[in-house]
Design a protein around this ligand. Structure first.
Ligand code: SF4
Length: 698
């Protein structure tokens, strides 16, 4: 019988509400949910094409061992046996999970509980490491917690919105539509786009600042120094709620305007005008995304931005604050359950004995991890050199998406035991699995996700599980039981897991932790099923609320004060004589990650049909490349062949290539094969935006 189900889009961090309709004939259609507070009925091209990606072509429908169909029992027994054997012979750090922002919070929670509480290692990391871990690290340094202070509404209330390192028009399209609509209603609102290339987002910008790659710290340091010189510092806020301002200002004052101009590639007048605009506008929101995070100095960039908002007290009030745009639908949900190797569940700190002890007692855990685990790049290095002997990859495709992707593929091929849980049978990663476990896809799986504004929404199933596919949380619980942890993994539904997660968030939480959803700690299955989208925090006994953080201080460092961080401008340019061009990787409007789903939609694939490189006409001429030629790109780590898109949108000396295509869709187009495994020293996030390459006609 025809029916409608309210659910959430599985693509970007905006987290739009979707109404899926299943007709009498089983055909699915989708529309935006007019009542969902993230999108109020809007959907972008990817979201509105969701129904075109639901066919079973290429799906993994049965468990497999070595490519041979097997039973769930045989597959799960083997996974538990191999992991237990490795732990017994080589210790808990000889195994690892590499998971994904595509997991639902309930899946993520059990994966983290199994690895950190029961196996006793913190070797669980996620592809969110590639996405927003520098924002997490920056928040924690400044605020003492991983807290996004504001809400989407702030972008509409601001008089100045700064978008730095964000092609919001293509990567967070519905939020961009909300911003564009607000600007159309209030033409005095200003938008500044800071990006080395002129993207679609710049179309609504009053100002586009085409900065040199990795010069954001210099720009925001210069802004802090200017705010101080012009008397725009909120001295009352700084003295009441922060510490470290003098040191940060000293570091920020290292470059004068000519030196800043040299570092950023911006004219002195552009710098002065931008600084003055920030100085004279009270309601400022600064949004930042992968262009800031994916850098060898990403955490410093984040703190350079946070410093400016702390210095002016423009944080946590309507229309004011820094705002991290997360790339994935559940990047924040993963953070809430400690999905990163350097975090614990419920935003607790793995480096603190008191926090480890709290989680250990709550879980009744036998062997809580005593130290941070391996972050993504280091994890695959450990796979390569044999320290990791059993690896479980869930809902992600690292052979395409990790930096130094050829080396990652070689490491996975050489690993003694690899498990892949995925909905697709033949991804570039899954083809190397010893055991392949069929997972549920969007429309079949059921749980919660958290979007960029801390809003928790339900993803609901409206299709039956195909073949023998099962939920990721079920797979984890079954393996945990077989490893001897039956009591702690007795969950029979996702609502039980959510309730446990909510209870942990409130466990001995006297307000010293930002993440608290203990109002849902005793949620019944029927209420879980009907759960309306809500923003955290929602402590026990409280109703859903719209909360902004830090307008009156209340930071999560022990003294309640925020920290200014003294940051230096990094050595920005990596290009050299042998590899003279700077490659920037990113996304296109109509594809998602490695195209395992959006690649199924002819409509989405028709927007940009093949992998390409945006190249400035003078660079094209130097490389002997004409419009639509095939171009060979080379770095010391690998090669890729893409189509030339010659355009002045791209600054001279810089290239842009999307990250989506892989060997299934185009030969030799995995752009991450070129990206070196260089990471931010604080966050461990790879630097995917500043890669030295050379180009020639193929
Ligand atoms: Fe989905 Fe993001 Fe588009 Fe919303 S903006 S429909 S969450 S891809």
């Amino acid at each position: 019988m025809a029916h409608e189900v309210k659910t959430t889009c599985p693509y970007c961090g905006v987290g739009c509400g979707v109404i899926a309709r299943v007709g009498d004939d089983g055909a699915v259609s989708v529309k935006g949910d007019p009542e969902h507070p993230a999108n109020f009925g809007r959907l972008c091209s990817k979201g509105s094409a969701l129904a075109e990606t639901l066919d079973l072509d290429g799906r993994l429908l049965h468990p497999e061992i070595g490519g041979r169909r097997t039973s769930w029992d045989e597959a799960l027994d083997l996974v538990a046996e191999k992991f237990s054997q490795s732990i017994a012979e080589h210790g808990p750090d000889s195994v690892a999970f590499y998971v994904s922002g595509q997991l639902l919070t309930e899946d993520y929670y059990l994966a983290n509980k199994l690895m950190k509480g029961f196996i006793g290692s913190a070797n669980i990391d996620t592809n969110s490491r590639l996405c927003m871990s520098s924002s997490v690290a920056g928040h924690r340094r400044a605020f003492g917690s991983d807290t996004v202070p504001g809400t989407y509404e702030d972008l509409e209330l601001a008089d100045l919105v700064i978008l730095t390192g964000s092609n919001m028009a293509w990567c967070h399209p519905v939020l961009y539509q909300r911003l564009a609509s607000a600007k159309a209603n209030r033409p005095d609102m200003k938008v500044v786009v800071i990006d080395p290339r002129r993207t679609m987002t710049a179309e609504i910008a009053d100002v586009h600042l085409a900065i040199a790659p990795d010069s954001d710290t210099a720009l925001f340091n210069g802004l802090l120094a200017h705010l101080s010189e012009s008397g725009a510092i909120d001295l009352d806020y700084v003295s009441a709620h922060t510490q470290g301002f003098a040191e940060a200002l000293q570091a920020a004052s290292a470059l004068d305007i000519p030196a800043l101009s040299e570092a950023t590639g911006l004219a002195p007048k552009q710098l002065r005008d931008f600084f003055r605009l920030f100085e004279t506008t009270e309601k400022v929101v600064t949004c930042y995304s992968q262009g800031v995070n994916q850098s060898s100095a990403g955490t410093d960039k984040v703190n350079a931005i946070l410093n400016c908002h702390l210095a002016t007290g423009r944080i946590g009030r309507p229309g004011m604050g820094p705002f991290s745009l997360t790339g994935q639908p559940n990047a924040m949900g993963g953070r809430e359950v400690g999905g990163l190797a350097n975090m614990l569940a419920a935003h607790l700190d793995i480096d603190k004995l008191v926090d480890r002890d709290l989680v250990r007692r709550f879980w009744g855990a036998p062997s809580i991890a005593a130290k941070q685990g391996l972050k993504a790049v280091d994890m695959f290095r450990a796979v390569a050199d044999g320290r990791i002997k059993a690896l479980w990859i869930m809902a992600t495709n690292p052979v395409v998406s990790m930096p130094d992707a050829d080396a990652v593929e070689a490491a996975i091929k050489a690993c003694p035991f690899v498990v892949v849980s995925d909905m697709q049978r033949q991804t570039d990663t899954a083809r190397h699995a010893h055991v392949a476990l069929p997972s549920l896809g969007w429309g079949e799986k059921d749980g919660t996700v958290t979007n960029s504004e801390r809003r928790i929404s339900r993803q609901r199933a409206f299709l039956p599980a195909p073949g023998e596919a099962r939920a990721d949380w079920w797979q984890l619980a079954e393996v945990a039981r077989r490893m001897g942890f039956a009591e702690a993994f007795s969950h029979s539904s996702q609502s039980e897991i959510f309730a446990e997660h909510a209870a942990l968030s409130g466990f001995e939480n006297d307000g010293r932790r930002d993440f608290d959803i203990s109002a849902h700690a005793e949620i019944e299955p029927a209420d879980y099923n009907g759960l309306a989208p809500f923003q955290w925090p929602q402590p026990k006994g409280t109703a859903p609320q719209v909360k902004r953080f830090f307008a009156k201080g209340g930071f999560y460092h022990p003294d309640g004060r925020a920290r200014f961080i003294a940051v230096q401008s990094p050595q920005a340019r990596r290009a050299n004589e042998a590899f003279p061009l700077t490659l920037n990787t990113g996304r296109v409007r109509d594809h998602w990650h490695t195209m395992t789903r959006t690649g199924k939609s002819a409509r989405l694939s028709s927007h940009l049909a093949e992998p390409f490189v945006e190249i400035h006409p003078r660079d094209a001429q130097k490389a002997g490349v004409s419009v639509a030629d095939l171009v060979m790109l080379e770095s010391p780590h690998g090669t890729a062949i893409v189509r030339a898109l010659v355009t002045e949108r791209q600054a001279e000396g810089n290239l842009f290539v999307p990250m989506h295509w892989n060997d299934q869709f185009a030969s030799k187009a995995r752009i991450d094969a070129l990206v070196p495994p260089v990471t931010d020293p604080v966050s461990g996030q790879p630097a995917s935006k500043n890669v030295a390459v050379r180009a020639k006609r193929f």
